[in-house]
Design a protein around this ligand. Structure first.
Ligand code: OAD
Length: 246
């Protein structure tokens, strides 16, 4: 069902809201998406740029790609969609949880705190070999430079989750705990700006539905998993999220 313009979700003191965001939410901040119109993976070989095998084969190429993305993300500013989610969290407190697939850091910069970054962080660096802790890092590594771990001399890599890698199980547990904790509440699940093509994020809607959540999708183009949502609003998140969360 498409509803334009959408009604407000009527967040009240009985409501618990689980939100999933994807690259579309940052599109209005000037950041490219992956699969939508003009998406990165439409013209770039994701298997060479976003997989452990690609990194092992040409780490300098991978660092060039992520360095450019770091620079673009640092220049970008959060938009009205990010800010509407901060406001919703301010009103709902612990009855709010934001799960993002975005690695650009804009939700945190906007002020979101109850935030799980399931695909990691562009502005973080970790070792590809040892378990040295991730460190914040805004450096653009250019000219074929591949930074090395000061502990094991292994190659450092961006702290993003690549194709073929597992999500942190603690993150999925945290989502389960949230749904369990608020199962007696009026539970809402809202996905925004995500093509529904990447799992397990694309299946969160089913997890939430099984727990009795009412499900909403906001996306500019038809998402692969749109049929799993009860309510689908087609349009831009910078416009629709402030309306839905008003
Ligand atoms: P995608 O690029 O797959 O999907 C973005 C969706 O946002 C598309 O369906 C667009 O139509 C929609 N969109 C574009 N502009 C929008 C706007 N202003 N408002 C609302 N929707 C808009 O991005 P994700 O679903 O986030 O993984 O992709 C999932 C993962 O695949 C990413 O996290 C990334 C990628 O490979 C990693 O980096 C690990």
């Amino acid at each position: 069902m498409t509803e334009t313009p959408p009604p407000s979700l009527q967040l009240d003191d009985r409501t618990a809201l689980l939100v999933l965001t994807g690259a579309g939410v940052s599109a209005e901040s000037g950041l490219p998406t992956y699969r939508g119109t003009g998406g990165l993976w439409r013209s770039l070989p994701f298997e060479r740029l976003a997989s452990p095998e690609g990194f092992a084969g040409d780490p300098a190429l991978v660092w060039r790609f992520y360095s450019e993305r770091r620079e673009t993300a640092l220049r970008a500013e959060p938009n009205a969609g990010h800010r509407a989610l901060v406001e919703a969290e301010r009103r709902l407190g612990d009855r709010f949880l934001l799960v993002t697939q975005n690695v650009d850091g804009l939700h945190r910069r906007a002020g979101s705190e109850r935030l799980i970054e399931i695909h990691g962080r562009l502005l973080g660096t970790r070792c590809s070999r040892c378990d040295r802790e991730e460190v914040p890092d805004t450096t653009a590594y250019r000219e074929g430079h591949v930074p090395r771990c000061d502990r094991c001399r292994g190659m450092l890599r961006p702290a993003v989750v690549w194709f073929g890698e597992q999500l942190d199980p603690e993150h999925l547990d945290a989502v389960d705990r949230f749904l369990e904790r608020w199962r007696a509440a009026r539970l809402l699940f809202l996905a925004a700006g995500t093509s529904g093509a990447v799992w397990p994020a694309a299946g969160l809607v089913d997890v939430a539905r099984r727990r009795g959540a009412e499900t909403w999708l906001v996306n500019a183009e038809p998402a692969d998993n749109a049929g799993r949502f009860e309510h689908v609003c087609e349009g831009r998140s910078g416009t629709l999220l402030p309306l839905l969360l008003a």
